[in-house]
Ligand binder design. Structure first.
Ligand code: PLP
Length: 446
């Protein structure tokens, strides 16, 4: 259904919109990776989305593997979510006063994740930024630790050796020392200590030397923002040891929360963080973030405690309704995660076959419905660290990406991102994707 018959489909409308957009918006986009800078070509302007498909401004349909970068786990325009948003809309769009849906979503999130208390924000960035402020307020310490290539949104102190768009930002210092963005003062970045993901010895050494000064260690429990990196058991054990120093362990589940299980990556991996951050899926495609944890810590948040945090649109009724419908639908379908897992595992195997048939080396990391096909030969079959991931053949990836796009597959437009499978992806989409992957490797590789 999403294949291109004779010749590539027209992109004239996307091109015209991109030209207009560049006149009035930096780079023509409202979030950098959307500009296709690292893969080239015209970013597709999307007109509509249903199920597993996107339709662009020129009327071309694509099988979507971005899912709005994570939120759309049920597929686009899911009937239960649409209905819930419609019901909420009829009652008004924003109150600036508490309402029942905020209580219901907080009850659902705390029950599913085993958290005592949760506070809603309007983005994942706000959630991680606020969780760090809380950790500093609670511990009275000022340093934080993050991992190279992990991305936690764009708060100043977190734009330090960060992943996601920062890994392909041609104007930025790729892989360079902190900070990763202009406009972040070195003094501020200096409060963020960085070490390597999946290196337990390095984390232990850092905590031994500086643990008494560290307010929090923030981490992606499965990394999506350097491409998918899966934590080793030894690294998980080292994360748990962090707590002995009095630093708080903050799991950034903005991407993995409700995606890898109803209790996120931490539930799947048996981690018990002090604080967690959520976003994406808990808003069902509308803008939401959240952070939560044990009552004794969360009670430091205003108005109960001294750590200030607020938001005009926090707990927005439409966003709460979309989140409630999404999480309730996930909870009501006990097999959903197994089905996502099966699709993704078959996709991974098929991609390896497609690359191998064309004599191309790839290494596919996948877990649950997250997957990255790194264009490199990993020494032990899987990519474990940011440094390894950064060695990928990005030009080769870009050629393959364009091959997929021309054949109706909308893959993540960067080597260093996860793709996301949704519950709307079926055998039909899998077969079409693998056909396109074979053809793209056969045709697009010099
Ligand atoms: N944390 C992680 C792990 C993310 O993947 C992201 C976004 O991709 C964020 C935080 C920031 O969330 P937002 O883009 O909603 O601000």
């Amino acid at each position: 259904p999403a294949s291109s018959p004779a010749g590539p489909p027209s992109t004239a409308h996307s091109e015209a919109l991109f030209a207009r957009a560049r006149m009035v918006t930096p780079g023509g986009v409202n979030s950098p990776v959307r500009a296709f800078k690292s893969v080239g070509g015209v970013p597709r302007f999307i007109a509509s989305a249903h199920g597993a498909y996107l339709t662009d401004a020129d009327g071309t349909r694509y099988i979507d593997y971005i899912g709005s970068w994570g939120p759309m786990i049920l597929g686009h325009d899911h009937p239960a979510v649409r209905q819930a948003i419609g019901n909420a809309l009829a009652g008004g769009t924003s109150f600036g006063a508490p309402s029942a849906r905020e209580v219901e979503l907080a009850e659902l999130v705390t029950r599913l994740t085993g958290t005592d208390k949760v506070r809603f924000t309007s983005s994942g960035t706000e959630a991680t930024m606020s969780a760090l402020r809380l950790a500093r307020g609670f511990t009275g310490r000022k340093f934080i630790v993050k991992f190279r290539g992990n991305y936690h949104g764009h708060a100043d102190g977190l734009l330090v050796e960060a992943g996601s768009g920062l890994m392909t930002n041609a104007d930025g210092p790729l892989g360079a020392a902190a900070p990763s963005s202009a406009g972040v003062p070195q003094e501020y970045a200096g409060l963020t200590l960085v070490t390597e993901y999946n290196d337990p010895a390095a984390l232990d050494a850092l905590m031994a030397a500086r643990g008494h000064e560290i307010a929090a260690v923030i981490f992606e429990p499965v990394v999506g923002n350097a491409g998918v990196l899966i934590p080793t058991p030894d690294f998980l054990a080292a994360l748990h040891r962090v707590k002995a120093s009095g630093a708080l362990l903050i799991a950034d589940e903005v991407m993995t929360g409700f995606r890898l299980s109803l209790n996120g990556a931490t539930g799947l991996l048996g981690l018990t963080p002090d604080l967690s951050c959520w976003g994406k899926i808990i808003g069902g495609g509308l803008p939401v973030g959240a952070y939560g944890g044990r009552a004794e810590i969360m009670e430091f948040v205003s108005p109960q405690g001294p750590v200030y945090q607020a938001g005009t649109l926090s707990g927005n009724p439409l966003a709460m309704a979309a989140g409630l419908a999404t999480l309730s639908t996930l909870e009501a379908d006990p097999d959903i995660y197994a089905r996502l897992d099966t699709y993704t595992a078959r996709l991974a195997a098929g991609l390896k076959d497609a690359a191998q048939a064309a004599g191309v080396s790839i290494s596919v990391n996948h877990i649950g419905s997250m997957l990255t096909a790194f264009h490199l030969e990993a020494p032990h079959g899987s990519v474990g660290t940011y440094t390894q991931a950064a060695g990928s053949d990005t030009a080769g990836f870009a050629a393959w990406f364009q091959g997929l796009l021309a054949r109706g597959i909308y893959w993540a437009p960067s080597q260093f991102e996860s793709i996301f499978v949704s519950a709307a992806h079926t055998d039909t989409e899998l077969a079409a994707t693998l056909d396109a992957a074979h053809a793209a490797y056969a045709a697009g590789w010099a």
